[in-house]
Design a protein around this ligand. Structure first.
Ligand code: PLP
Length: 463
């Protein structure tokens, strides 16, 4: 029997023999073996060597309430005993799905009063492709099929959701995007803004949406999908001019707007939803991750009254076996209760995020750091070889970021890299003292990585 108490090397060998890892450099994995995580509590992971690791990524941006909350385990056990599974197809429903749907309608901004459940964000975004195309069919506009998204966006990993995403490395491996999904530029000023001010650049990138609609013809465009802040793209916080201009364009054009809030939802930005932070009014909102704080796999599409009324006219031939899974729904509901009753969103807005921002921006003084950006509890910094210019490294993108991440891991800090940006999105329950630890380890890791990069001759800017 395989247990937490087996020697790490043995666990790693069995893992390597049988377990195919998602988004993992398989060649590196073969050399080093995976780090075996055995327990977690609060904001700290424990590995099979007994190391205590500060998880500044909340798993995959999802463990908003922190690890080790017994209430969720108890709710899951109770629900498994009472009704472990039933579907919500064919005129059936159950209490956890009813209660969670009502709660989401109450929490969501505007008239997003309806939810179509899925097991995660990828499935929910696949649902969104179906929903918007179905909506326009029923509206008598079947030519409105094209969904406009953005380069470097991440919307999931299935064929549909990865096509919505703008990750070239993913498209190249799967014959994507699928037809009728197109991508415009991202509002990433630091490396793409050239001589423009952030505000000019934000407007320019927003207007690419309008240009794309004109180029395709409004009669062909179904929807625009975007994360309020691109997460997996590198925590790309758009210039202030960007969202108001997109809002104007969406209001003037006959298209739907899908806000993908898989990361920005449930307190991450210091509001319940990122749409509230940027004053957006989506027709559809994708949720997952923080919905259950990662304790159970669940996601969904929150749908406005306008869209739901049309979809509701007849059968929508779509659904997942686990849509509204009772155990996952009960766990999500308990997670929302904790977020609400413990005023965790207020904690983010009033305490944790301002303190993290103060510390994070101090990193901008480091010679290795070109810019620091943060909204709520999601932050990133650009590594640089030369602070006086906004340019990438000469080495291929990600080389320096990977070296830096390795130093972070070595210092028991989970901080990720996206190309040569370093990113954090910690559990929302972080205290000031946790943030101090994060900062100390980040500085140490940056110092070490800076030295490594210099010694490897990689501290050089691209021409
Ligand atoms: N959308 C966004 C913005 C995400 O960040 C992710 C996952 O990271 C997804 C969708 C996909 O969610 P899942 O991994 O639950 O399928």
């Amino acid at each position: 029997k395989i247990t937490n108490h087996m020697p790490t090397a043995e666990l790693q060998a069995i893992d390597a023999a049988h377990h195919m890892h998602p988004f993992t450099a398989n060649d590196e994995l073969a050399k080093h073996g995976a780090r075996v995580i055995t327990r977690a509590d609060g904001v700290t992971l424990t590995d099979s060597e007994g190391e205590q690791i500060l998880d500044a990524m909340a798993g995959l941006w999802c463990v908003n309430i922190g690890y080790g909350r017994d209430e969720l385990a108890e709710v899951a056990a109770r629900q498994m005993k009472e009704l472990p599974y039933y579907n919500t197809f064919f005129m059936s429903t159950h209490v956890p799905a009813i209660a969670l749907a009502q709660k989401l309608a109450e929490l969501a901004p505007g008239d997003l009063n309806h939810v179509f459940f899925a097991s995660g964000g990828s499935e929910a975004n696949d649902t969104n492709i179906r929903l918007v195309r179905r909506y326009w069919d029923l509206m008598g506009k079947p030519d409105k099929k094209v969904i406009i998204s953005r380069k470097n966006a991440y919307h999931g990993t299935s064929m549909g959701s990865a096509s919505l995403g703008g990750m070239q490395g993913m498209h190249a491996q799967g014959g994507m995007p699928i037809p009728d999904i197109v991508h415009i530029g991202q509002p990433y000023w630091y490396l793409e803004g050239g001589d423009m001010s952030p505000e000019e650049f934000g407007l320019m990138r927003a207007r690419e949406l309008e240009q794309k609609i004109d180029e395709l013809g409004e009669g062909r465009v179904a929807a625009f999908i975007a994360e309020p802040i691109q997460g997996a793209g590198g925590v790309i916080i758009p210039p202030d001019s960007y969202w108001p201009e997109v809002r104007r364009i969406c209001a003037e054009r006959d298209i739907l707007f899908i806000a993908d809030e898989v990361i920005t939802g449930f307190g991450r930005t210091g509001e319940w939803f990122g749409s509230q932070h940027y004053d957006l009014s989506p027709d559809i909102m994708t949720v997952a991750k923080g919905l259950s704080s990662g304790y159970a796999p669940i996601g969904g599409s929150l749908v406005s009254d306008k869209v739901a009324a049309v979809i509701g006219r007849e059968e929508f031939t779509h659904g997942y076996t686990y849509s509204g899974h009772p155990v996952a729904a009960a766990v999500a509901l308990e997670n929302l209760r904790i977020l609400e009753e413990e005023r965790i969103v207020d904690h983010v807005r009033d305490e944790a995020a301002p303190y993290l921002a103060e510390k994070w921006h101090q990193l901008a003084d480091h010679p290795f750091v070109g810019e620091t950006t943060i909204v709520g509890m999601m932050a990133s910094l650009a590594l640089t070889a030369d602070k006086s210019v906004r340019k990438p490294f000469k080495a291929s993108p990600g080389t320096v970021g990977y070296m830096t991440r390795e130093r972070c891991f070595g210092n028991n800090l989970i901080m990720r890299h996206v190309a040569d940006r370093m990113i954090v999105a910690p559990p929302l329950v972080m205290t000031k003292s946790d943030i101090d630890t994060l900062f100390e380890r980040a500085v140490k890791s940056l110092d070490e990585a800076y030295k490594d990069v210099k010694e490897a001759g990689l501290l050089e800017t691209a021409d």
